[in-house]
Write a new protein. Sequence first.
Length: 576
Amino acid sequence: MIEKEIEDVHVGDILGKDIIHQDILLIKNNTPLTERLIRQLKSRNIRRVYIKINQSLDSELTMHHKENETTTKITDEDKQTDDEVRFIQSSNLGKRVQSKQAVSNNKRDVQTIFIQSLQKVGEEQRYGKLLNNRANIRLLFNQYRRLHEHGVISQLIDQLYIWDYDTYFHSFDVFIMGTIIAKAYQLNNLKNIAAGYYLHDIGKLAIDQSLIKSKKKFTLAQYETMKEHTIKGEAILKLKKVAHLAPFARHHHERLDGSGYPDQLMKHQLPLELRILQVVDVYSALTLERTYKQARPAHEALNILRSDSKAYDKSVVEKLMYLLGIFPEGCSVKLSNGVDGIITDVSQRIPQFPSLKSLKTGEVIKLPNDYSITIEKIIEFHSTTFKNKHEALVNRLIEGKRDQAIQLYKDYSDGLKIEETYTRILLPCYFRLVSIKQNHPIKQAGQILDQLFERQKLETPTIKLEREMLLIVPEEQKDSFPIRVLRQLLHLENIDTIVLKYARIIKGWHIFYKYGVRAACLIIREHESEYHFIKDNRHIHVSTFHWNTFLTFLKQLTYIKAKRLNIYQQMFKDKT
């Protein structure tokens, strides 16, 4: 569904919402608009109406198609090279299978697929007012049509659709938003930029489907495999003789601060078209619903992007906000009527019409849905940091608010790898609760934290355990939260653990033969340092009081790959 100016409405458009004027129902939802009804709307000074997206686009694009057919010459802008008008059979890349006339005959099919794809992703709660501009719809369709007139690009798009449905629609979504932003920046060579946006994830054709379609969080090992899609995408595009598009595949996961991959590029190495891609790629991933996760509301996704200005270009994020007409809660803004306010509430269903509080008078303002008052400028942005989320979760745990804690945990852990949920959320929460235990009755908090731990265990994939590790712990520590977390981390490293109490320690090397283990860990309290086990660099001491010492433990497990140790090192840094 899109909002249209009454002057842009066509006969046959299907009304998407009831039209109510002065508390009177004028026209009911799903009514086809006639010339008489359109005249009546104009006479009552109704300036904008909502139209169902499939009928609106169909009439819009059909009219545009007919206008093009009345011209006998193709304009310079629409001229294509021989390569670009080829449709190539997937089984034979070298064979020209259709002529320009055949391409023309297929335009209607391309139009239908475009409309159906846009219906899938272009909901108002994600796109806001992005598609209200008639010129944007024509621009997008023309770019889409040109891509499907290029044999190799069309074939790759089709293969992506067959390989993974979700990845295809994500790619289409990125193409839509990215192209409009690139146009707003007046970037040159929009055709290549649009193609690069559409094919940015093409490397997933070379990633195992079981990983792509996984409904659980990735482990670090799985994530390392998934990251290869950037390099593989570059290779595919070069192989298919569209090497000019390869940077879009290789660099869409780079970040301004060098924290991205695969090349850790910095802002000055990333042209604007790639910085746009990085923003819309994340926005799309956050706001599209997948089989394994719920979609985030648009204003929350924008808050995440704008809060991380070290990684994402804040000017691009704000450009996206203005084009969507959607802004996060907590933003201080200037309205078109001159009033300064702070956004206090954003509706998930119609996020482009938030509620605000006047900064001068405190008056509550609800933006009207006729766009008579709009947000003109962001005055100040108030970010939500990882630390803020951590504090909120700890507070819900202390308050014993189980349902709120679970929801916060879901939001907090979204996008994290499984290992990170333990090291960046669960363990810090545990040690925070331990530090304040003497001032608060937190038994219920511990119970809720245990529930979160058990929920996270369900996310753990089935792993073939290849190595065994002996953990020797004080009896009262055997079932403690840090030991359980440690065992889960080791499990994710393909290491099975056998836990023995101190009383069962058998001095001497024969303990390794008895239990068939390669290494042992003696976990002790700091004040019990008189306990020692076999003096060997494989056997170390870990305090359960200081969670960062787990890193020391992991570093001395020599059979964990050095590359992953570096990842753990980053994870164990103080993120809270």
